[in-house]
Write a protein that binds this ligand. Structure first.
Ligand code: PLP
Length: 407
């Protein structure tokens, strides 16, 4: 039987804390999620019982650590429904995963006059690496704009796609507006022009179905820390047809096959892209986070979070002077807003005084803020342990701040 979602909160020790003498209401999950005890224990257990450097050792601990690390690769492959664990590359996070592809794919396949397409809804992590790669390779950087609802117009996308396009990089869910992009359709359109697609799944992999084969994504990137795992570990999934042709991103130990003064050959996948000692303990933590999520019925979890989002949006919409940004047909886990007459930063500080953690600012998406012509927003964002009470506390907190400021 699957685990009851309402029991999740008790698994996260940090959530029992008070902040500023009030119970913590944690609504900054798009920045990072909290960690369940099982993840904290898995890391501690690894260091207490198993720690050794992996792959190269033949003593007991090295073998056990290697098995544990490679076991998580299989777990991630299964979580993403990848056809093989060799397609799973461990990185530091989404940012490193995207940079890996931008450097390696760029070097192999992008030349002067070529084009790369991203969207205006991207986090800087899936924008700047492509912009800089285009500068290095002499390629043109194209951006699909978003409309008044915060959605991408697929006709604009079709028009940007040319025989010079080498890759499309798009997030599944916008971290600033919560827009769920029609990613299956974007992949279909790109593939009809023989263009591969990198999907930034940083805000999707924990909330929405995550089947890379069904999606047919060529690359899929995510961060562990946004899905209840530790910081410092992430994943790049790639189709073998691309990964095998791409040169290594970083070089050093593990990624080599033979090394001589005149010739270096490379290890097989995925090791070709994992130079140096990896972050074994946090990979173990990622495995524990996947086990944690897998206890729930994912469809139920999704329905629970959707209900929570609708509840929160309705509460916020009822507050006079509060403006919610974007009105996409499908939104996930993000409530972006401002209150008339109150700076987003001040509102964040005043909510914090009430124990409510939200994020304020540009959220690493200056292109979105520039398009909206605002300096930033307040962003509340959800995770599976949030409850309606958290959103009641947020709405109540905002109303109290409004009363205080407008007195
Ligand atoms: N992409 C999206 C959509 C994000 O929300 C984030 C982080 O907020 C990133 C990429 C970058 O993730 P990280 O900083 O974990 O590499």
């Amino acid at each position: 039987m699957s685990k009851d979602i309402l029991s999740a909160r008790a698994d996260f020790p940090i959530l029992t804390q008070t902040v500023n003498d009030l119970p913590l209401v944690y609504l900054d999950n798009a920045a990072t999620t909290q960690k369940p005890q099982s993840v904290i224990d898995a890391i501690s257990h690894y260091y207490s019982t198993t720690n050794a450097n992996i792959h190269r050792g033949n003593h007991t601990l090295a073998v056990q650590a290697t098995q544990a690390y490679e076991g998580v690769r299989k777990k991630v492959a299964s979580y993403l429904n990848a056809s093989s664990p060799d397609q799973i590359i461990f990185t530091r996070g989404t940012t490193e995963s995207v940079n890996l592809v931008a450097y390696s794919f760029g070097q192999a396949f992008v030349k002067e006059g070529d084009e790369i397409i991203v969207s205006q809804l991207e986090h800087h992590s899936n924008y700047v690496p492509w912009e800089l790669m285009c500068q290095r390779q002499g390629a043109t950087f194209r951006v699909i704009p978003f409309d008044e609802n915060g959605e991408l117009n697929l006709q604009d996308f079709r028009e940007l796609l040319t025989d010079k396009t080498r890759l499309v990089a798009i997030n599944h869910v916008s971290n600033s507006l919560g827009t769920v992009n029609p990613i299956e359709e974007i992949v279909r359109i790109a593939h009809s022009a023989n263009v591969p697609v990198l999907v930034d799944g940083a805000q999707a992999v924990q909330h929405l179905p995550h089947d890379v084969q069904a999606l047919d994504a060529d690359f899929y990137a995510f961060s562990g820390h946004k899905m209840y795992a530790p910081m410092g570990v992430g994943v790049l999934y790639g189709k073998k047809e691309w990964l095998e042709k791409m040169p290594p991103f970083q070089s050093g130990g593990e990624m080599i096959d033979e090394v001589t003064p005149t010739r270096v050959t490379f290890n097989v996948l995925p090791y070709k892209f994992e130079a140096g000692t990896p972050n074994v303990a946090d990979v173990i933590g990622l495995g524990a986070a996947i086990d944690y999520i897998n206890q729930f019925d994912f469809a139920q979890l999704q329905a629970y979070e959707e209900d929570l989002l609708t509840y929160g949006l309705d509460l916020l919409k009822a507050i006079p002077g509060l403006k919610i940004y974007g009105n996409p047909k499908h939104r996930s886990a993000i409530l972006p807003f401002n209150v008339e007459g109150i700076q987003h930063y001040d509102l964040g500080i005043l909510l914090d005084a009430k124990g409510i953690a939200v994020r304020t600012g540009q959220h690493c998406t200056q292109p979105i803020m520039d398009a909206l012509q605002i300096p930033g927003t307040v962003r509340a964002s959800l995770a599976l342990y949030n409850t309606r009470e958290d959103l009641d506390a947020l709405a109540h907190g905002i109303q109290r701040v409004i009363r205080l400021i407008k007195r």
